[in-house]
Design a binder for this molecule. Structure first.
Ligand code: GCV
Length: 723
């Protein structure tokens, strides 16, 4: 690590002025983590001496993009143009390419076969008697990923003298899922409208599409599903496929494949058929013809994502066929073209009296081994629905014959929308590092996802995008970290969320340790803070009906029982929690035997999942020695205190970054503090009305009546309407 230049904000300002640059000029967040701002003089000087010239081809679109990125990055970070060269003319050149594209790379005789399509090596080498840094790959895409990695080293102030880095992604399909409608609305989107301007496509290809592809490539994302899983049939019409093809053209040099969410009943809606029965030969022929049409326009089309027989979407069960029948029919149509199907396991039905948390497992576990080789089953990280915390989904580890993708929600539907600062890295890491025990100890979810547990080559990770037309893409600067951490973990699910937070902070804001350290601490604690002020101790789904904003533990207004908060917490005079033990819904037995035994036993259940698995008395003694009621109040209060601390931390960081981004974060933290307090007060007020217990001494009563909290309404909350 190169030593940081200074420890106070003043010196940086002085240096910036000496350099003649406007100090910390306002930024609107558009540049994400690819800002490439001039490094501190000592750092820039150090790297300049190690980047004297650039040797990079440009005979394919991806090569051109790679070369352009290195030129742009080096110019920005070092403050001067790095000359391009065809041969090594001096020490410390940067050479990038593949043995096929570059004679210089070929003469290094590095083994690149094992790097596959996306892998790369970054190594200090000697070429023609000169020291150089080589970014070497087997394919162009690997070289682009390597170039981004190299620039990241500079942006985060890493040493580059003894490099010997080998990287290959552990997951094959690293895919964003956009919940975007063709009318421009984004379901659960809090960053403006959809970035796809369908009306102007295919003729107008907005520059933002290229910036989007570039940002994704920089973190290894290699696929995007353009439309909402609640899909209409229109996306498959010829008119729209032309538009999709235009986007695919823009994304191709960046290694991003396009996928589509499809509506299972499309053969009826746009094909004139009377049925969408997957075993009907006419239906099968329709999908085959549709696949042929798509691949004529988009030869590298990725495939389909399908939400079927879930929340009102049509599906194979409408014809008494199974999910496997439906998925395989689509997979047959795509297979000749190399396409795949991502079939979602997010299924539950209000007419099924079974615990909602059990329904996906009940339906999919028996289908293990019945899916075609080009089908992945896409499973949400938890059994209910992207809650601030829930245990990992019991399907992980339970379907060894089927490749399972995990689906994370990057957009913060249940976590305070755009304004709350909640870094999702710890949530993702908690799930990926959870041990399913499917093949004994060490059977982590990450190993299910990367295929190593059961020997699958087809692997994937999906994240529901938080991207919209806002200048900063994600609705707040800190929400960008959630896009970033998703990509980095999809590349390597074993990375630490703390390390990722640190590199993101350095690239997005500053390399100054006096800024980096407290901000990383703040980010790392932010998810737990949200769990505490929203749904501590295993509670979940207590958000307002429909829009999912703010507390509504009292709510029973939803048409479907399993959308109602009261369904989830089951609080009564005696106690609180959903009994999923063997004496309750027995969801515990969907987990591998040792975990089932642990979760079934109240005393052994981790307290963070307590009320998810057990209904227990208000006076139950927790490990702390306090009663459950006391702990509940303490957790809610702790969450608020944590946010107060986050805000104080940020207030102490004024001057380290530009005013524009500083001020917005400060304002958003003020909103978060106010709303954390609201969550705490409303929740405690409600649960107290049920338990009838006094607040523990030293804990403040809610300032308003429960009726007041219940009376609040949120018309036009973003991300939700009647669609
Ligand atoms: C796209 C939850 C969300 C819905 C979402 C659904 C899904 O229910 O609230 O907006 O629909 O999950 O993942 O399909």
């Amino acid at each position: 690590m190169i030593p940081s230049l200074r420890s106070g904000a003043t010196l940086l300002l002085v240096l910036a002025m000496l350099l003649g640059a406007a100090p910390l000029r306002a930024e609107d967040g558009y540049d994400l983590w690819l800002r490439y701002r001039l490094l501190a003089p000592e750092q820039a000087k150090f790297y300049k001496n190690r980047a004297t010239e650039l040797i990079a081809g440009s005979s394919t679109p991806t090569q051109s993009v790679t070369r352009g990125e290195l030129l742009r990055g080096l110019q920005g970070l070092l403050g001067r143009d790095v000359p391009l060269s065809d041969s090594v003319t001096r020490d410390n050149a940067i050479i990038v390419g593949t043995p096929r594209s570059s004679a210089l790379i070929a003469q290094l005789h590095l083994d690149t076969q094992h790097l596959g399509h996306d892998g790369y090596v970054i190594r200090n080498v000697v070429v023609d008697g000169h020291a150089a840094t080589a970014i070497v790959a087997q394919e162009d895409m690997g070289a682009l990923y390597g170039a981004f990695h190299f620039l990241r080293l500079l942006e985060t102030g890493q040493a580059i003298d003894h490099l010997d880095l080998h990287e290959t992604p552990r997951v094959k399909l690293r895919v964003l899922n956009h919940w975007d409608y063709l009318n421009g609305q984004v379901e659960r989107g809090y960053a403006g409208a959809s970035i796809w301007d369908w009306w102007k496509l295919p003729d107008w290809r907005a520059p933002r599409y290229t910036d989007y592809a570039r940002a994704n490539a920089s973190i290894g994302i290699n696929g995007t599903v353009l439309d909402n899983v609640n899909a209409g049939a229109t996306i498959l019409t010829s008119t729209y496929l032309q538009k999709v093809a235009a986007l695919a053209d823009v994304f191709r040099p960046y290694g991003i494949r396009v996928y589509l969410s499809i509506r299972f009943s499309s053969p009826i809606e746009i094909g004139g058929l009377k049925t969408a029965d997957p075993l009907d030969p006419q239906v099968q022929a329709w999908w085959q013809a549709k696949a042929d049409e798509i691949y004529k326009l988009i030869p590298d089309f990725g495939g389909f994502l399908v939400k079927a027989n879930s929340e009102g979407q049509p599906g194979p069960e409408d014809y008494q066929r199974s999910h496997a029948d439906g998925a395989n029919m689509l997979a047959n149509a795509l297979a000749p073209h190399g396409g795949i199907v991502m079939w979602r396991a997010f299924v539950y039905s209000a007419s099924n009296p079974e615990d909602r948390a059990k329904q996906a497992y009940d339906e999919f576990k028996p289908l293990d081994g019945r899916f075609r080789a080009n089908v992945l089953v896409q499973v949400k990280n938890g059994p209910v629905d992207f809650q601030p915390r829930e245990p990992f989904h019991p399907l992980f580890g339970a379907m060894p014959k089927t490749p399972l993708m995990t689906e994370f929600e990057i957009t913060k539907e249940y976590l305070g929308f755009a304004t709350h600062l909640v870094y999702l890295g710890p949530l993702f890491e908690e799930v990926l590092s959870a041990d399913t025990m499917a093949h004994g100890k060490g059977s982590m979810v990450a190993k299910v996802i990367d295929g190593s547990l059961d020997g699958h080559a087809l692997t994937g990770m999906a994240g529901v995008a938080n991207i919209g037309t806002d200048r900063d893409w994600c609705g707040s600067d800190f929400n960008q970290a959630n896009w970033y951490v998703f990509g980095r973990l999809a590349w390597n699910p074993s990375l630490s969320s703390r390390a990722i937070a640190e590199e993101w902070v350095r690239m997005t804001f500053s390399n100054d340790q006096a800024f980096v350290k407290p901000v990383v601490e703040m980010m790392m604690g932010s998810r737990e803070a949200a769990v505490d002020y929203m749904t501590p101790l295993g509670l979940l789904h207590l958000m307002g009906p429909g829009h999912h904003y703010g507390p509504a533990p009292w709510d029973a207004s939803e048409s479907s029982a399993d959308w109602r908060p009261v369904y989830y917490h089951r609080a009564n005079r005696q106690g609180i929690g959903f009994d999923r033990s063997r004496s309750g819904s027995d969801a515990v037995d969907q987990y591998a035997a040792p975990l089932a035994a642990q979760f079934n036993d109240l005393k052994q259940t981790p307290e963070q999942y307590l009320l998810y698995f057990h209904h227990i008395g208000w006076d139950y003694r927790m490990r702390s020695g306090h009663t459950l009621w006391y702990e509940l109040v303490a957790h809610y209060t702790q969450g608020v205190d944590d946010v107060k601390r986050m805000r104080q931390t940020w207030l102490g960081l004024h001057g380290y970054i530009d005013e524009q981004r500083y001020e917005q974060t400060a304002a958003f933290l003020t909103i978060q503090e106010k709303e954390a307090q609201w969550w705490r007060d409303a929740s405690i007020g409600y649960f107290q009305s049920i338990s009838g217990l006094p607040l523990p001494p030293a804990y403040a009563s809610p300032p308003q009546s429960l009726q007041y909290y219940e009376s609040l309404t949120f018309p036009y909350a973003p991300g939700f309407s009647s669609w």
